[in-house]
Design a protein around this ligand. Structure first.
Ligand SMILES: Nc1ncnc2c1ncn2[C@@H]1O[C@H](COP(=O)(O)OP(=O)(O)OP(=O)(O)O)[C@@H](O)[C@H]1O
Ligand SMILES: [Mg+2]
Length: 504
């Protein structure tokens, strides 16, 4: 690409966007230079995704300036934004599963041969060249169906490159990626930066922001707060800008008295998924299932809760057997499972916050079979406020909430059942730092009240900060059981990558 002209590639100032009475963005600003990766951070509901949707032409701003390469723009469609060189990669890309990888890349603009036949060979070569430039191996001919989210994102990036996008925006791209997929994405992003493009990177993981980005802009409550070069700022300064206060303790674990065994899992087995899994969780105890993404941790949790079947083994809660394959029986026995993918499993987006939060306790709070909306709101309010669900009202609909606030609603829904065993999969994924500390404090408190907690987490600091005991899972087997005192990063990582060569 030609050397970038003077001034920022992308510049937004005083941008406002309202939905009826709700101001999603009051005064958003962002200025990104070519050849840099710029982080956009802020709490759940701060307005990050709204700003991205204005960039992508999905939303039109109410007021404010928006310049690309120094020229005023006003996109009314996503096609206009794309044509102007702006590409957005969402957390969950939407490829056409039946089409091949290359057809997805060149969707709607296939190279044609004479006679207007699609030149499949040219398309394949072009796609292969893009992947080579990105340094990834992907077969252009395979169908998109069944590709990992990480690969789907790479395809979206290849598409952006084929359109010669000069601005590339990634909205929480790493939330659902494993460690090595994150590494690969970062390599690709750095390559694009070095070609002179302007990249915007949104993440709640500040360690990633500090590793990857050159500058950071903070939004709070829809307003621009600050921009700084990464080299001139610190995590705690950024957090303070985000939250408007200092957050000193991210893992406020309070030691709780450990009581009797509540959950007893024995010899749990599912062919090809997990093998001979046995462990206990006691009252007051937080047990973490640690390990790499894909090790089988979520599958174990889902089997314990009865969502997925198992071939052998048993599950007991408070001494009583819990029947397999019945989440309903598991709930009756006193279990709750907060699933990993909360946006897809567990939130009814066309329903209100109050209704979502009370979804699992409706029969309990109803009087004579009746449930008034004020009773619903009454029951939901304490949980919603505890989890800092930032909504204007409890009658707001799930679909209009920010990603992180949706996550909080699903957590609130299961906490409202006050289970004796709480299984929580990736408790703080997609959740901002301030609330993260609050979720941790809440888990600690619930344990203190005698709840048994089984937590799955891919974030090592969270595991080490919160767990009384760490079970490391690798390839469907428990490879280590470490009491809190022995759970060092090295010990956990060692067990997580333990191969099973020595096994018969
Ligand atoms: N279509 C809409 N209708 C009403 N309110 C909306 C709509 N879209 C967003 N909002 C509100 O605007 C605010 C900003 O939301 P946005 O999705 O931009 O937040 P975010 O910074 O991306 O948060 P997160 O980190 O949780 O993804 C939120 O309060 C949200 O509820
Ligand atoms: Mg968002």
């Amino acid at each position: 690409m030609a050397s970038p002209p003077e001034g920022p590639v992308l510049e937004l100032r005083g941008v406002r966007k309202s939905f009826g009475p709700v101001a999603a963005l009051r005064s958003g600003a962002l200025s990104v230079d070519g050849g840099t990766i710029h982080a956009l951070v802020g709490e759940n509901g701060a307005g990050k995704s709204t700003l991205v949707k204005i960039l992508s032409g999905l939303y039109r701003r109410d007021t404010g300036t928006f310049r690309l390469h120094g020229l005023d723009v006003d996109f009314t469609t996503t096609a206009e934004a794309r044509a102007a060189g702006v590409a957005v990669i969402y957390q969950e890309p939407t490829l056409f599963p039946d089409l091949s990888v290359m057809e997805n890349i060149f969707m709607g603009r296939h190279p044609l041969r004479r006679g207007r036949r699609v030149d499949r060979r040219a398309m394949r070569e072009h796609a292969a060249a893009l992947f080579a430039r990105l340094g990834v191996t992907l077969d252009p001919l395979r169908p998109a169906e069944g590709l990992s989210i990480a690969d789907q994102q790479i395809i979206e990036i290849a598409k952006a490159m084929s359109l010669d996008a000069t601005v590339l925006v990634m909205d929480e791209p790493t939330a659902a990626l494993s460690g090595h997929e994150v590494r690969r994405l970062f390599q690709v992003a750095r390559g694009l930066r070095d070609e002179g493009r302007a990249l915007v990177f949104i993440s709640h993981r500040l360690d990633e922001v500090f590793e990857l980005c050159d500058a950071v802009t903070v939004l709070r409550d829809g307003e621009y707060v600050a921009t700084a070069a990464i080299a001139d700022t610190s995590v705690s300064e950024v957090v303070t800008h985000m939250v408007g206060r200092t957050v000193d303790d991210l893992y406020p674990k309070v030691p709780a008295p450990i009581g009797d065994v509540r959950l007893e899992v024995r010899g749990l087995q599912r062919a090809g998924v997990f093998h001979d899994v046995s462990f206990d969780v006691r009252a007051g105890e937080i047990v973490a299932l640690a390990g790499l993404v894909g090790a089988g941790r979520s599958e174990i949790a889902r089997a314990v809760f009865g969502v997925d079947p198992y071939d052998a083994g048993s599950v007991r809660l408070d001494g009583r057997p819990v029947p397999p394959r019945s989440p309903r029986a598991a709930v009756r026995a006193g279990m709750a499972l907060v699933p990993e993918d909360r946006r897809q499993q567990g939130l009814v987006t066309d329903s209100t916050v109050a209704r979502n939060v009370t979804a699992a306790i409706r029969s309990r709070i109803a009087r004579l079979g009746m449930l008034t909306s004020w009773r619903e709101a009454d029951a939901a309010a304490p949980w919603a406020s505890r989890l800092e669900v930032k909504t204007n009202a409890l009658d707001m609909h799930g679909s209009t909430m920010s990603g992180g606030n949706q996550q909080k609603v699903v957590i609130a829904k299961w906490l409202a059942t006050t289970p004796t065993l709480l299984i929580i999969d990736e408790p703080t994924r997609g959740i901002d730092v301030g609330t993260k500390a609050e979720v941790h404090r809440l888990l600690s408190e619930l344990a203190g009240q005698g709840m048994a907690i089984l937590m799955i987490s891919s974030e090592l600091p969270e595991v080490l900060g919160m767990a009384d005991r760490v079970l490391v899972v690798a390839e469907g087997r428990v490879t280590a059981e470490l009491p809190r005192a022995d759970a060092t990063p090295e010990a956990v990582m060692h067990a997580a990558t333990a191969t099973l060569e020595h096994q018969p």
